[in-house]
Design a protein. Sequence first.
Lengths: 116, 114
Amino acid sequence: SAVISQKPSRDICQRGTSLTIQCQVDSQVTMMFWYRQQPGQSLTLIATANQGSEATYESGFVIDKFPISRPNLTFSTLTVSNMSPEDSSIYLCSVGTGGSPGGTQYFGPGTRLTVL
Amino acid sequence: GENVEQHPSTLSVQEGDSAVIKCTYSDSASNYFPWYKQELGKRPQLIIDIRSNVGEKKDQRIAVTLNKTAKHFSLHITETQPEDSAVYFCAASSGSSNTGKLIFGQGTTLQVKP
């Protein structure tokens, strides 16, 4: 399986500011995804990070709030913009392997965000 | 779109007993069903998965069964041990859109009592 790292591992931010989370993979992968996991809850898909094109967002998530970059096949960033306490969550990236849709997904260690 | 329901939300068993967690999905085109285990403060880890062309898969004490007609799949853990205590999530691929997206169930907190 791929080795996935995220930076930062945790952060405490002030309301109204923005935070950019990085996801790095040790091998080229076709698919990268960003999830949010609120305390004690399940994982909710924010968007699919597409290499070389705009991310595909899920219902309830918009580009202005969660801009995503995917400059190459091993790296992606998620920015949480104009943060409010409701954005306090764990943000996880995942990568799809197996070379085809429906392939196995592995998760990064997550970024624990607290907004004051 | 795809919707995944997971039951029960909590499950408590004695060490050595079996545990069963069940999920149903809505999109008949979904074709991939993984199970993840998440320990406190850790990332979700894939423990077993099944594709729609098989009905059952086993890996030591863990097995998954799939009923495509009824659109449900289950995780079976036999001879449970305290280290099996964690939150378990089922998921289904959004097969109709063929994007590789996973939709997750709500999670089951499993407690194995020694």
